[in-house]
Design a protein around this ligand. Sequence first.
Ligand SMILES: [Zn+2]
Length: 357
Amino acid sequence: MFVAPRFQRATEFTTELKRRVNLYFESRQEAPTGNWHLFSKALILLSGLALVYVHLVFFTPAWGWAVLECLVLGLFTASIGFNVMHDGGHGSFSDKPWLNELAGMSLNLLGANITMWKTKHNAVHHTFTNIDGVDDDIEAKPYLRMSPDQRRFKIHRLQHYYFWFLYALLYIQWISYTDYRKYFTGKVGNVPIKPLTLLEHISFWSFKVLHLLIFIVMPILFVGFVPFLVGFLIYSSFTGILLAVVFQLAHVVEETSFLQAPPAPDTLNLEDEFMVHQLRTTTNFATRSKLLGWWLGGLNYQVEHHLFPNISHVHYPAISGIVKQVCLEFKMPYHEHRYFVGALWSHMKHLRSLGMA
Ligand SMILES: [Zn+2]
């Protein structure tokens, strides 16, 4: 049984924040969804992935090049996730619903499933951010202790060293195990997934088979089993690290808050309204880097993303000034690490202090 935590009613802060952000788009007569900038980026990333894949599998480069290309393939995979799939899954890639569906389905092509992801990410993580017992993104028990409410084990003393190894497993575990666990249990943690339609069932299995053919069977046939295995491990580990680090730097750092949901049937009554809860549990990072911003698909502007998940990431740098100003006026928290290293350091310090405490 799942009992959803309850937020306080929205106050003037939420109303004013929404009003000013809406005003930004109205004054520029611009849609809050993606634009040519995003569509061209999607084309570059998808073509890049296809080119590197074709060269790796059909042209068998020398091993040094092959290792490098496996890493680049990981960069493209993660970046398609951040830029194309993520916006599509939130319905912010385009103002055309079919284009959002298509963009979201790039996740299926990369081995995971968009229907499972929508429950895990949109319904659970974006609503109940950093609430232990509900938010699946801070759930890595017993290997990692990410929230102070989670039980500590002796091994956690070393978690600020070995987390890299676990992050490297994220992608491979996601496509080979956790997706199936969600599918067969019909749940993300305790939260039930909306029953799948026949088309969604067919799509789940067809894409899993297609992924198997493209990313496993074909490479084995063309390059041989051992080179495939080495290449796939390099590719999937690097992708996992990239995905995990980007998720973690936004929420699991020293500055953010964590809460715990009591076991059902009790309800967690939150002290904050939805928008303020997002501000307390989320932080921006690497906002100074234009290059990282391009590659991360605005996921370095996580504060703006958690406040306005239906706005495409291409607009986040522009609206961040408005959000910051309203937060200042209403004396609300606005967490930000301007540099990537600062955020990574804060994540490691957070893991260290929870491991030692
Ligand atoms: Zn999101």
